[in-house]
Write a protein that binds this ligand. Structure first.
Ligand SMILES: [Zn+2]
Ligand SMILES: [Zn+2]
Length: 269
């Protein structure tokens, strides 16, 4: 069983390290049939990582689509932040993500660094992780309703720096309930992703979402799309096959794979 598609990838148009063509060439070399780009939507209050030249990005991906036609399908998507600005009509697909907590008119990054997460939890929320979790997962469900993305990005990003329960107890039943209530509120047309981003960066030993969330998704018969959230060409497909085995262990029999004609089911057992 081989997964040959990855649609959560970043380039030098946002905070990625490689160009569109470098990423496509790597995907071709790996025998992929599909690569989708998902540049970060413009967030005016934080321009440190997002796309400033969306027109240039769309043009570059379009050019790659033509250049590599017959070798690989290239899709032009966007990773739309809940608070970002973007024109949905320009894109083949949308990943919807929440990267900020908004509190009293201020935006606080969730995944920027351990230090900024520490500040968010302990200063902005006074150490009350349940209140932070309520705020975060409520933003996730609002984002899903507002943007109606094809893919829900890194569902529990709030746990990025929490390996070993460093900041809060992920086994706390109250935390689990907040997260699972959010799962239940998300339209079943929206596909959750199994996101390897924090694993590549060495923050987590397991992908997002956490296991208890996967168990619920499995119960609800909602297969996931595997994506690496690649910020460079090296991380384009590493661990993909292990992750299919991991999902099989949870109890899934299918994953979703994005193609130029939309999602297809792929059997993993
Ligand atoms: Zn993201
Ligand atoms: Zn991303």
């Amino acid at each position: 069983m081989k997964i040959k598609s990855n649609v959560h990838t970043h380039t030098t148009f946002c905070d990625g390290k490689n160009t569109v063509d470098e990423m496509v060439e790597e995907a071709v070399a790996r025998g992929f049939d599909t690569i989708g780009f998902s540049g970060h939507s413009y967030t005016p209050f934080d321009t440190s990582y997002c796309m400033k030249d969306v027109e240039g990005y769309v043009a570059a991906v379009k050019a790659a689509k033509e250049k590599y036609r017959g070798k690989i399908d290239v899709l032009c998507g966007i990773e739309a932040d809940f608070y970002g600005e973007f024109d949905q009509s320009l894109f083949d697909f949308v990943i919807g993500s929440v990267h900020y907590i908004k509190r009293d008119g201020e935006f606080y990054p969730i995944d920027e660094s351990e230090k900024s997460f520490d500040y968010l939890l302990n200063n902005v929320f006074g150490g009350d992780f349940l209140s932070l979790a309520e705020n975060y997962f409520s933003a996730v469900t609002q984002m899903a309703e507002k943007i109606k993305p094809d893919i829900l990005g890194h569902f529990d990003l709030i746990a990025k720096f929490n390996d070993g329960n460093r900041f809060f107890d992920e086994n706390d039943e109250r935390y689990k309930k907040i997260a699972l209530d959010a799962v239940d509120k998300i339209d079943e047309k929206i596909v959750f992703e199994l996101n390897l981003g924090a694993m590549y960066k060495g923050y987590r030993l397991a992908p997002y979402p956490q296991r208890f969330v996967l168990d619920r998704l499995c119960e609800l018969n909602r297969p996931l799309v595997i994506s690496s959230d690649a910020h460079d060409k090296k991380t384009l497909g590493r661990y993909f096959d292990d992750m299919a085995d991991y999902l099989k262990d949870v109890g899934f029999s299918y994953v979703k794979v994005m193609t130029k004609n939309g999602f297809k089911n792929k059997k993993i057992r």
